[in-house]
Design a protein around this ligand. Structure first.
Ligand code: CO
Length: 216
């Protein structure tokens, strides 16, 4: 594991060498442009790097990461990334990937102060409130945190489905699909939470922008 800046720069040179050995066109091909099929919304946690854990190469995944993989409708950074991915890159799939043992989730579960971060954590606490009866009923704290991680991913999938320009794409065709995944740090494995959607049909009517003839 790299611990110094010089180790990172040395690591870069080694990686370039290795990549060129395997494929002399590796960088010249990437230089021509990107057409990733996936947008990844994941946690900033250093242990959950999208490309490595899916064994995919540079050029495969457009990425946005923040603490606890949140989709917040006033986050212009995230929305710009999603807009570009959906409207310009035309990704087929958006993946929200949470992970068990997420520090953001654990912090949101607690009643501790985390300084400026408290404001971000409020959005995660909102998810707890939405599922309070289910979560409060889980006595084991680790199990409760695990379920909280899963429910948070599902809520962020749901939040994406409320984005007006995603619904615009669904009015035109089947893409993008939105998926909810969770990663286990201790095994390296990803589980699909089976909450994939490509329509706003499940949403309360107030969140839907579908053409008028569909909304009764
Ligand atoms: Co995390």
């Amino acid at each position: 594991m790299a611990e110094t800046i010089s180790e990172l720069l040395k690591g870069n040179k080694d990686w370039v060498e290795k990549s060129l050995e395997a494929n002399p066109d590796f960088f010249s091909k990437l230089e021509k442009g990107q057409s990733p099929k996936f947008l990844w919304i994941g946690c900033s946690d250093s242990r959950v790097p999208s490309t490595e854990i899916t064994n995919s190469s540079p050029g495969s995944i457009f990425v946005q990461r923040n603490i606890a993989n949140m989709v917040i409708h006033t986050d212009s950074n995230l929305l710009s990334v999603v807009h570009y991915a959906v409207k310009v890159l035309k990704v087929n799939h958006i993946i929200v990937c949470g992970h068990y043992g997420c520090g953001g989730i654990l912090a949101a579960m607690s009643n501790e102060h985390f300084g400026f971060l408290d404001n971000w954590l409020v959005h995660i606490k909102d998810v707890y409130r939405l599922h309070k009866s289910e979560l409060d009923a889980i006595e084991d704290e680790t199990e409760r945190a695990r379920r909280y991680v899963e429910l948070n991913v599902k809520e962020q999938v749901n939040n994406l489905s409320m984005v007006s320009f995603i619904q615009e794409e669904w009015d035109k065709g089947e893409y993008p699909y939105i998926h909810g995944w969770v990663y286990t740090l201790g095994t390296g494995l990803i589980d699909d939470l089976n909450c994939s959607i490509n329509s706003s049909a499940h949403l309360d009517q107030v969140y839907r922008y579908s053409p008028k003839e569909i909304i009764k």
